[in-house]
Design a protein around this ligand. Structure first.
Ligand code: SF4
Length: 364
């Protein structure tokens, strides 16, 4: 195992990018069978392909069902569209009053500084925005969105999402941070990113320095499998923790990747105990096009979460949620332990499966 000191001397993150897959033609360098390569090339024409070397190095190429490979190597399943799937599964565009911003809930907005990522995840629910818009950051492009935030005093949280905001250079991040920090009613900056997972060498002391100031900063990482947790990701998360950032993780429940209680248990424990990252959400698969082969049923998800509840402490347990179509927001999918109610007496199932009663006793 590489120790943490060695990991801090890891190659420059730009080498990781340069030596990874950046174009469809780079798929030729991977140990794929001719059929897998043809499938990957066909799927990559629909949804861009990119993966840093550090992430590709985690793949066991002898295992066709490797969970890292499933997340990043394009496959034929993506070409199978099923009726009812959606190009914009949670209606980002419908709630977008100005370009590069979505305002669905009063106190927070999503801000899209770039539509480019360090890694293109095959399951991404914004993949059609990334493909059709495909634009990077410019100061001018973000101006209407920043003016909108300044004009809406009810906005307390700005969520940088993507595209992956941490794929931007420090200089661009510093500009964006300074502009948001100058808006007095904004209290919290959230950064949603796969960079600590797929390109951990990008998390440097220089990067965190440009994100330190008046704003409370929360970084929401996106680990889906314990195999993504490495000495390099430990260093990345340590740098962010030492900078004072709150670290949370959201995972997506993916068939063939993590739809297994042992896999989820290990992921949640390692996130909390090894990285200091609180498992926050476990997302049920939304209706992104070409993702039927990676979705589970809700009943399967509930059974997994119920088993996790019994195994993990509260701090290690994520909340199982679905981001509803049409901008309905995130709702918890339970499972709900309430079996029934008669007047002020509730019947509630315990972690041991036994139903007990709880009578409400409330003073005047
Ligand atoms: S990094 Fe995020 S936005 Fe980019 S492809 Fe992956 S999930 Fe989608």
């Amino acid at each position: 195992m590489t120790d943490l000191k060695d990991a801090t001397r890891a190659p420059d993150w730009q080498d990781d990018v340069r030596q990874g897959v950046r174009h469809v033609r780079d798929l030729d360098c991977l140990p794929l069978s001719p059929a897998e390569r043809a499938a990957a090339q066909a799927a990559a024409a629909l949804h861009k392909v990119r993966a840093p070397k550090a992430y590709l190095d985690l793949i066991d190429w002898n295992d066709p069902a490797d969970p890292i490979r499933a997340q990043v190597i394009p496959s034929l399943g993506e070409l199978e569209e099923v009726e009812g799937e959606l190009g914009d599964p949670i209606a980002d565009h419908e709630f977008s009053p100005v370009p590069r911003l979505t305002h669905r809930h009063a106190d927070r907005v999503l801000l899209f500084p770039t539509y480019q990522c360090a890694v293109y995840c095959r399951f991404c629910f914004r993949k059609e925005s990334l493909t059709s818009i495909g634009r990077g950051y410019t100061r001018e492009a973000l101006e209407p969105a920043l003016a909108y935030i300044a004009d809406h005093p009810e906005i307390r949280e700005v969520i940088l999402t993507g595209g992956d905001p941490l794929s931007l250079p420090d200089k661009a991040l510093a500009e964006i941070f300074a502009r948001i920090e100058a808006i007095p009613h904004v209290r919290l900056l959230r950064i949603h990113t796969r960079v600590p997972v797929a390109l951990p060498s990008r998390i440097t002391s220089g990067l965190v320095a440009v994100l330190q100031g008046r704003l409370m900063v929360t970084v929401v990482t996106h680990f889906n499998h314990a195999r993504e947790i490495t000495p390099a990701t430990e260093v990345a998360c340590r740098i962010m923790r030492q900078a004072g950032f709150v670290l949370l993780n959201q995972s997506v429940l993916l068939k063939g990747v993590n739809d297994n209680v042992e896999v989820l248990e290990e992921l949640c424990r390692e996130l909390m105990y090894r990285l200091g990252v609180k498992p926050y959400y476990l997302h049920h698969g939304d209706l992104a096009r070409g993702m039927a082969h990676r979705r589970t049923t809700i009943a399967q998800g509930q059974a997994l979460v119920e088993a996790l509840r019994a195994r993990l402490s509260g701090i290690c347990n994520p909340v199982y949620v679905l981001d509803l179509p049409e901008g309905g927001g995130k709702v918890s999918l339970g499972p709900c332990p309430i079996e029934g109610r008669e007047g002020d007496t509730w019947r509630i199932r315990g972690q041991d499966g036994v139903v007990r009663t709880y009578r409400e006793i409330v003073g005047e």
